[in-house]
Design a protein. Structure first.
Length: 110
């Protein structure tokens, strides 16, 4: 799976604009952005994966293009996959960053 470097840059910029200091890691066959040592969101192939936490999982699934994240045949609670993220505006990518950071900030730093 090829990673869209422009998308990763845009996702990273959204986190930085919100005061986070993301670190890139190769993971899930793509790039994951870590915030305070915890996975925040990332991309693989034509998809964006967003960690939203279990409390806001249903809310995130209701967003356009979102579906349960499933790499192994078992959906991962608290994570969603967003199809076609390269077509999202910077504001839409930022709204996913907001949702991810809201959960990330509840976790202890690693």
């Amino acid at each position: 799976m090829a990673v869209d470097p422009d998308l990763v840059d845009r996702m990273e910029a959204a986190l930085i604009a919100r005061g986070a200091s993301p670190v890139r890691r190769k993971m899930f066959g793509g790039i994951t952005l870590m915030v305070n040592g915890n996975m925040s969101y990332g991309t693989s192939g034509e998809e964006m994966h967003v960690r939203v936490g279990p409390e806001r999982h249903a809310e995130a699934l209701a967003r356009p293009g979102a579906r349960a994240m499933d790499f192994t045949g078992r959906p991962m609670k608290g994570w969603v996959t967003v199809d076609g993220p390269a077509d999202l505006s910077d504001e839409e990518i930022g709204s996913w960053a907001d949702l991810s950071l809201a959960f990330n900030r509840t976790l202890p730093a690693k």
